[in-house]
Write a protein that binds this ligand. Structure first.
Ligand code: BES
Ligand code: ZN
Ligand code: ZN
Length: 501
């Protein structure tokens, strides 16, 4: 999709579709809408008076060949109550408009920002919304059914804003939207088309194009590093594991020397999770191709950071494997030694994400990371707690957690703090080893238990764990988004890295 900025007054914009948004309030036809109303000889006012144009969230009203306007269509999208309007709603409004127009094979559109959003943030959110809405999951359909692609989108609404500021916001929105779609592309791939080796190739390719340093550990180096927890998961598969390490080093660090922070991003990348010997039921198992969404998110973040250039060093560590049953697979009760030296009794081979992250976290620390965030489709229990609405956020450091939550709010990704006090450690005590990988039957709190296991490998390093099992995949399409991978956590972690500088 081509993006541009159109500085003409709205009535003169010559586009197949001019799009703007309407608030739900008594004087709906105000500001830039009043100008459009005047140009069209009072059509908008009449639509509002007869109750057809209410401003209710995502209500769509389309006028064809609107008199007085150069545009072929005027699409008005409801934006809800003005006091609830934010970047999230702006993204959705822009996204819904794109999908609605695309379904009608309209290939060019102009999105008119209204008074409050004529700034870098508004432009960024609109471009993100358009890019995210353009994503489709139908990669392998031989006949595409979603209309023609949107070829070009312009933003308009210049009055009172500097074009340079809006263009800066658009450029940032483009970087972040494309990075999030890159993550979604990876998460959408079926496991036969994205094995750990292929994921490493895709990560290498992205890093090369973006100018980032990349190091892929193969099974030999993984063994040399004694990553016994990762290897125990991988041993059941004929596909060898990989650890993908992508590093961004700032040209101008905010603070140099030994005290400078290094942000470590550890992402779970199980390219398929059958559960192993503790095998999952077949119903819904096909969805376990997205069990690498945490790793894919970290690759998306790195892609964006290469362009946005924060003043902090960021290292992504992505352990990747399949989790398969088989003659060589690990079995319940097996004891493994993680890279950190801790022994683990593997009670359930389906709690494999925490095993591979244990070694990913240890390796990120070894590489000098001073702050850690992991993202993982870790537990079904987080869906019980938070549904598919919020990402669960766990920590060993409340200050750092608040920093991540603040980034999530700015980025418009819903995240919610979850408890992880010391008492949860009791639940993973093992008789035979240092810890076990799940709690005993009936103990509950599965998401916190998973987090408690990970905490064992962080020591004192400030760490935040994002359980994205419920939020990385959309089971039903939304007016602004296709069904499928969401790319959750990319925007939050990009904001976090930027806020470090
Ligand atoms: N990959 C799953 C978690 C998951 C569930 C992701 C649903 C996405 C949607 C994870 O490896 C897993 O199987 N967790 C187990 C842990 C249990 C054995 C303690 C679970 O949640 O059932
Ligand atoms: Zn599992
Ligand atoms: Zn898993």
């Amino acid at each position: 999709m081509q993006f541009s900025f159109n500085s003409h007054p709205a009535a003169q914009i010559d586009s197949p579709a001019l799009v703007t948004y309407v608030f739900e309030k008594d004087n709906r036809i105000e500001g830039s809408l009043a100008q459009l109303d005047q140009a069209t000889g009072g059509r908008l006012k009449r639509l509002a008076d007869c109750g057809e144009l209410t401003g209710k969230t995502l209500e769509a009203t389309m006028l064809h060949d609107p008199p007085g306007l150069a545009a072929g269509r005027l699409l008005l999208v409801g934006a809800g109550k003005p006091e609830k309007f934010d970047g999230t709603i702006l993204r959705r409004v822009a996204g819904m408009a794109l999908r609605l127009l695309r379904a009608k094979s309209v290939t060019r559109m102009t999105f008119l920002l209204r008074e409050g959003e004529r700034n870098a943030e508004g432009a960024e959110a609109a471009v993100e919304g358009l890019l995210l809405a353009s994503f489709e999951s139908d990669f392998y359909k031989t006949e595409k059914k979603n209309g023609k692609a949107m070829e070009a989108a312009a933003l308009a609404g210049a009055e009172g804003a500097s074009t340079a500021e809006i263009e800066r916001g658009m450029a940032r929105g483009r970087v972040i939207g494309e990075a999030q779609n890159f993550t979604r592309t990876l998460a959408n791939e079926p496991s036969n088309r994205l094995t750990p080796r292929m994921l490493a190739d895709r990560g290498e390719e992205m890093a090369r194009e973006a100018g980032l340093a990349v190091d892929v550990l193969d099974e030999k180096r993984i063994a040399e590093l004694k990553m016994g927890a990762l290897l125990s998961v991988a041993q059941g598969s004929s596909e060898p594991p990989r650890v993908i390490v992508v590093t961004y080093t700032p040209a101008h660090p905010a603070s140099g020397g030994t005290g400078a922070p290094v942000l470590g991003l550890v992402g779970k990348a199980v390219t398929f999770d059958t559960g192993g010997i503790s095998i999952k039921p077949s119903e819904g198992m096909e969805k376990m191709k997205y069990d690498m969404a945490g790793g894919a998110a970290m690759l998306g973040v790195m892609k964006a950071l290469a362009a946005l250039k924060p003043a902090v060093k960021v290292v992504a560590v992505i352990p990747s494997t399949e989790n398969m049953p088989g003659g060589k697979a690990q079995k319940p009760g097996d004891v493994q030694f993680a890279m950190s030296g801790k022994s683990i009794e593997v009670i359930n081979t389906d709690a494999e994400g925490r095993l591979i992250l244990a070694d990913g976290i240890a390796y990120a620390k070894k590489l000098g990371c001073t702050h850690l965030v992991d993202a993982a489709t870790l537990t079904g229990a987080i869906v019980v707690a938070l549904s598919h609405i919020n990402t669960g956020v766990f920590t060993n450091n409340p200050g750092f957690q608040e920093q991540v939550l603040a980034s999530a709010r700015r980025a418009g990704e819903k995240m919610w703090p979850m408890p992880l006090d010391d008492d949860y450690r009791e639940l993973i005590k093992s008789t035979i080893a240092d810890i076990q990988n799940i709690a005993g039957a009936g103990r509950g709190g599965g998401a916190s238990v998973g987090a408690a296991f990970l905490r064992e490998f962080t020591d004192e390093t400030p760490w935040v764990h994002l359980d994205i099992a419920g939020t990385a995949w959309l089971d039903e399409q939304k007016p602004w988004a296709a069904k499928g991978p969401t790319g959750i956590a990319v925007r939050t972690l990009v904001d976090l890295a930027m806020s470090f500088s």
